[in-house]
Design a protein around this ligand. Sequence first.
Ligand code: LLP
Length: 430
Amino acid sequence: MEWFTFQSSTESSNNKHHNELYAEKLPVKQLAEQYGTPLFVYSRRALETNFQAYHQAMADWPHLICYAVKANSNLAVLNVLARQGAGFDIVSVGELERVIAAGGDTGKVVFSGVAKQRHEIRRALEVGVHCFNIESEQELERIQEEALSMNKVARISLRVNPDVDAQTHPYISTGLKDNKFGIDIDRAPDVYARAAELSHIEIVGVDCHIGSQLTTTEPFIDALDRLLMLMDKLKTKGITLKHLDIGGGLGIQYQDETIPSPSDYLVTVKEHLVQRGYGDLTLMVEPGRSIAAQAGIMLTRVELIKPAAEKKFAIVDAAMNDLLRPSIYSAWHTIVNTVERPDIESHQYDVVGPVCESGDFLGKDRPLTVLEGDLLAVYSAGAYGFVMSSNYNSRNRAAEIMVDGDQAYVVRQRETIEEQFASERLLPEA
Ligand code: LLP
């Protein structure tokens, strides 16, 4: 969390020194006062540095980094990455329109997802995406039909399911035979053979995505080996591919996990490609979390401290509708007080929101030195944070800020009550 650091500052009223949290060069307290809470704060430098970690690791190899838009689809985030030369992995026409609106290059877009609708396929063909990652035989036929009707050629890759265990949370594990994703790797040669017969389909690659928040490289390498075996088989049938896309999935440190860097991971991938005679294959990746997660925090104000019989609760103004991960995956996010308080006692708190569900918590049993009115920061909230937020309990969605050095930009305004209802209608009278 290099871009969110504690720095010494002086409170003008009593001239006391204390440490407080900064986002790049701005004290987060100032952002919360100016823009309110809950507030997502992103660091431009962090996004760029995380993207560059991939770029540097692949600089000696033909490559394309397709940032997974679902992780954080704010237009400013996409724009910052587009300016770095990023491609994009999308799963809906909504994400495609965001990439276009953010100035992304549609020629660097891969279109994933298990059920692309016909109108989505048509729009993707119209703007010329790099390729469709095909997840079923039925979808292949559907894309052929649409391409034929538009007299366009659809570039395709098959998303194969390599049947490897990503050893992650079951909800975000996608590469096992019983998952809904991808085409069984044993069926893939036949599906490629069928694709080769279709008039408006051009085969360009193969891809997989075995899961998210992976903490070791072994499952990636197992999957890669299986993809390369498939490519060997395809070669004997006269089918050669231009690219191999190993998906996203590299984890981040939420708590005390040790995570390989993009470079550790990609060096091993490249070695395997060379050993297996695929030194000229374009390598593609679809990272989401490892680019965006540590580039964001969520700020939330402590409304009340409630000392219940068994434990203390810090009730904050952010809730499961703002950051859903703790509730649905029991995910652990570091929570800190943004001002250090050496003079008060630390207690264990459950940090909870005001939503009417016992599952509405941001963290449990956290040691905090905190008073009512304090500003807390929830770390690692740049990925799968705002994008998974909702209006549950009729709560307005939070604002998003991007910090760039000593400048802060509102990249999404806080929703208003009027905006929340704007598209709802009453029934006619009587
Ligand atoms: N490519 C495909 C086809 C994907 O389905 C995903 C994520 C990615 C790339 C990016 O994976 P990443 O590098 O971010 O791990 N909401 C969950 C994560 C769901 C991931 C879904 N697919 C969470 O909050 O942990």
